[in-house]
Design a protein around this ligand. Structure first.
Ligand SMILES: [Zn+2]
Length: 52
C-alpha cells in the first residue's frame, strides 16, 4: 500500500502503521480512511495529501 504525505506539514501516512491515536487500525489504506479523517499534526483534510 502507498504512503501519502501531507502537503501542508509533511506528515506521512503509512498504511502499515495506521493512525491508532485516532482510531485507524494498522493496515488501513489511505483510500479506506473515513472522509472525516484529518492530518493528526496540522488538521487538514485528505484532499491535502499526495501519494508519496
Ligand atoms: Zn499535516
Amino acid at each position: 500500500m502507498e504512503k501519502y504525505i501531507c502537503n501542508a506539514c509533511g506528515y506521512i501516512y503509512d498504511p502499515a502503521a495506521g493512525d491508532p491515536d485516532n482510531g485507524i487500525a494498522p493496515g488501513t489504506s489511505f483510500a479506506a480512511l473515513p472522509d472525516s479523517w484529518v492530518c493528526p499534526l496540522c488538521g487538514v483534510g485528505k484532499d491535502m495529501f499526495s501519494e508519496e
